[in-house]
Design a protein around this ligand. Structure first.
Ligand code: NAD
Length: 484
């Protein structure tokens, strides 16, 4: 199949590609060049309404489709993503600004992996029974919810979009899905792939538009019974406020301000190489990036010197070129990050490296690039250490004891992920058990096993994705009790 990109993207509803009913479109910008290179539907509640109708028709059949059939279709989608990985990776990079190698290695690779994983998962998904000795037997049915909504952000566009859609479909639901309006292209192409793979019309409906006009219409629609959302804590709060009075099932994967805790006894080289990645991969725009680096005081100066030197070697520019740090996703986000750096300076932070916009030459002269930035001298209560920046910006703070490291690590309202570097297993275990976060990496970062629960605590969200957690979220448990 050939994945061509029209200038005007369309919604994928009931198996058809159609424009927004309002006829309104939004510009789509390539952040590396600053150019408008397409337009996307500015959909609203009317488009959501027809998408829900299409999903309702499709659900009558999809809910009882045999597991083997669903397995085969979802697997086919994975295969087609793999077969078109070059085109999809290029589309992702042009839409998001991330390095092309990263799109290939992480985003597109994992989008296929998500479908393959949940295709297999649905074949093994089983339910419990509880025997009451000689009295009765209970068995639990886990039935699909019906029509569910999936809303995803711009930082890992196809990867996070499919991370929700795949389990929702595998569990037997029909889906209304909205990608970020900032990075809509690979979601549009996924519609083509699903059609080619033989996914029945209306089982997946992809609607494009803003959070306010389109996303909120999804959350408000009474027939959409569950919402799986990944994005900012602010939008999550709004979604919860709208959905809670309607008693919808909610999974909220929100922001992070993750600590990266470095003890003197760590494997130094591995820590240093990984810390460069956990600080600046995807221009720091991964919810799991370690943006607060906490370093044991005895090695603080050594760490600082080496970390600054190694970060200086990162090269910023055209994401289509090898080994470049790419662009920030949008002008709005670019301005936000620069403003955060300004605030850090006003708070008394010392910029050890970076802090400025970068203007590459050539086709990227009008793109949105920012230097990897390292800041020290800010206390745990400063805005720079409590609020999510979501860019290539990290702060350094020293600590003297394990207790102080924990206190600093837990000093934010967020609780998504944490990384710990030490060769001392009991130190690692103590941190892992006492840290307030949903995910802890010890001597590694971003190592993902799709079977494990994924999600945050505190302001980083509610609920867990991954493995059986996701399949359970997208089903309703019903207990049946039979007396002998
Ligand atoms: P965002 O909250 O602005 O938007 C996310 C999605 O929600 C978009 O599709 C947007 O259109 C939609 N949306 C916004 N307001 C809405 C509303 N009121 N109702 C319904 N939909 C609405 O987030 P973003 O800027 O696209 O992404 C960055 C954020 O996502 C960061 O905070 C980052 O930490 C977070 N994130 C979290 C995870 C995680 O797993 N916890 C993963 C990736 C990104």
């Amino acid at each position: 199949m050939e994945l061509t990109l029209p200038f005007h993207l369309e919604n994928f509803i009931g198996g058809n590609f159609i424009g927004p009913l309002s006829g309104q479109f939004i510009d789509n910008i390539n952040p590396a060049s600053g150019e408008v290179y397409g337009q996307i539907p500015d959909s609203n509640e009317k488009d959501i309404k027809i998408a829900v109708s299409a999903a309702q028709i499709a659900w009558a059949t999809w809910r009882t489709t045999a597991a083997e059939k669903k397995f085969s279709i979802l697997n086919k989608i994975a295969d087609l993503i793999d077969q078109n990985s070059e085109a999809l990776a290029l589309a992702e990079t042009n839409d998001n600004g991330k390095p092309l190698w990263l799109s290939k290695k992480v985003d597109i690779y994992r989008a296929a992996a998500n479908f393959r994983f949940f295709a297999t998962g649905l074949m093994h998904f089983s339910t419990e029974s509880h025997s009451m000795e000689d009295k009765a037997i209970n068995y639990t049915l886990r039935q699909p919810i019906g029509i569910v909504g999936c809303i995803s952000p711009w930082n890992l566009p196809l990867y996070l979009f499919t991370w929700k859609i795949a389990p929702a479909l595998a569990a037997g639901n029909c889906v209304i899905a909205k990608p970020s309006e900032v990075t809509p292209v690979t979601a549009f192409l996924l519609g083509k792939i699903c059609k080619e793979a033989g996914l029945p019309d209306g089982v997946l409906n992809i609607v494009h538009g803003t959070g306010l006009n389109c996303g909120e219409a999804m959350v408000k629609h009474p027939a959409i019974k569950a919402i799986s959302f990944t994005g900012s804590t602010k939008a999550g709060e709004r979604i919860a406020a709208v959905a809670a009075p309607m008693f919808k099932k909610l999974s909220l994967e929100l922001g992070g301000k993750n600590p990266n805790i470095i003890f003197a006894d760590c494997n130094w080289e591995k820590m240093m190489t990984t810390t460069i990645q956990s600080s600046f991969s995807n221009q720091g725009q991964i919810c799991l990036c370690g943006s607060r680096i906490l370093v044991e005081a005895s090695v603080y100066e050594q760490f600082k010197t080496e970390f600054v030197e190694r970060t200086q070697q990162l090269s910023i520019g055209d994401p289509l070129e090898e080994n470049k740090q790419g662009a920030i996703v949008s002008k709005i986000h670019f301005d936000k990050i620069l403003n955060c750096i300004k605030i850090a300076k006003e708070e008394g932070g010392k910029i050890l490296l970076g802090g400025n916009a970068v203007k590459p030459t050539g086709r990227c002269a009008n793109g949105y690039f920012i230097e990897p930035t390292i800041i020290e001298g800010l206390g745990p209560q400063c805005k720079s250490n409590t609020e999510e920046i979501f860019g290539p910006v990290v702060t350094l703070q020293p600590f003297h004891t394990l207790e102080e490291a924990l206190e600093l690590a837990n000093a934010t309202e967020y609780g998504l992920a944490a990384t710990v570097w030490t060769q001392d297993i009991s130190k690692a275990n103590t941190i892992a058990s006492k840290i307030e976060s949903g995910i802890v990496w010890v001597n590694c970062w971003l190592l993902r096993d799709l079977r494990t629960p994924f999600g945050g605590v505190k302001n980083s969200g509610v609920g867990r994705e991954g493995g059986w957690e996701a399949l359970k979220f997208f089903t309703e448990a019903k207990n049946v009790c039979i007396e002998f």
